[in-house]
Design a protein around this ligand. Structure first.
Ligand code: BEZ
Ligand code: FE
Length: 260
């Protein structure tokens, strides 16, 4: 049986690409070069990275377009989320002593529903880079249970994590994705950011990111992330720790999603 949704989506994509070919007067040589480049990306294993760099932000725009006006803005998940992250009883992530100059960071806030009511027992995941732009369980030398973890909100809907301040980092740039960005005259840097994912039964998952006002890449993300204004934080230090306060509003799941 024909899948109408698939037919509609694929036809729209093909028509958009055909339109680009016509608009840009693409030659047969350029067409063959594009096929060769796509093969390179696939063979290098960078297909997920390539798609995340160019398209994850558009998927997030669709999520935001359809979201309740009071819900917190979504942002890219990226390729480094691991659902196997440890549950942290006290919110303190494991960080590595090797980074002697790292700056402690607290990320805290309240999870609420769209009517402003705090939600208890909500699962909040956080993951952020090391002080040299690596992720636990992804990059060599950083164990999987470092710089990531899960907590549950308390009876007042509050959550808190302790980690260290992340930095701007380059997405892997030694392969064809980085080479393409360079040929386009673009850089491969993501601004310093903290990833958050909020999950609660009966509510839509919220995946978002927090940014740092002073970071030079906050407004020139190589992935053209959403970078919501309300999640760009000026410097606030408490007891020597950088503090980011992020209240997170989640909305009820649509009935069609509950059935799924
Ligand atoms: C990230 O933020 O972790 C990320 C997003 C897109 C590509 C690579 C990394
Ligand atoms: Fe990241």
């Amino acid at each position: 049986m024909a899948n109408n949704r698939l037919d509609q989506v694929v036809s729209t994509i093909v028509e958009a690409v055909r339109g680009a070919v016509r608009d840009e007067n693409i030659s047969f040589e350029e067409y063959r070069a594009a096929i060769g480049y796509m093969m390179k990306i696939a063979e290098s294993g960078e297909l997920p990275l390539f798609i995340d760099v160019f398209l994850n932000t558009s998927i997030v725009s669709v999520i935001n377009q359809n979201a309740h006006p009071a819900a917190s803005p979504s942002d890219m998940e990226g390729p480094y989320f691991l659902d196997s992250a440890p549950v942290l009883e006290d919110g303190k992530m494991k960080t590595m002593d090797a980074y002697a100059d790292d700056q402690p960071m607290i990320v805290r806030g309240t999870v609420k529903d769209v009517d402003g009511q705090p939600l208890a027992d909500v699962l909040v995941d956080m993951w952020n880079s090391t002080p040299d732009g690596k992720y636990g369980g992804i990059h060599e030398g950083i164990p999987v249970d470092y710089y990531r973890g899960k907590v549950r909100t308390d009876a007042q809907g509050q959550y808190q994590f302790e980690s260290t301040v992340p930095v701007a980092y380059k997405i892997p740039d030694s392969g064809p994705t980085g080479a393409l960005l360079e040929m386009m005259g673009r850089h491969s840097w993501r601004p310093a950011h903290v990833h958050l994912k909020v999950r609660h039964p009966g509510y839509r998952d919220l995946t978002t990111q927090l940014y740092f006002a002073e970071d030079e890449y906050t407004h020139s993300d190589c992935c053209e992330g959403i970078v919501p204004e309300q999640f760009i934080y000026p410097e606030l230090i408490e007891d020597g720790k950088r503090v980011l306060e992020a209240d997170l509003v989640i909305e009820p799941q649509a009935e069609s999603q509950m059935a799924a």
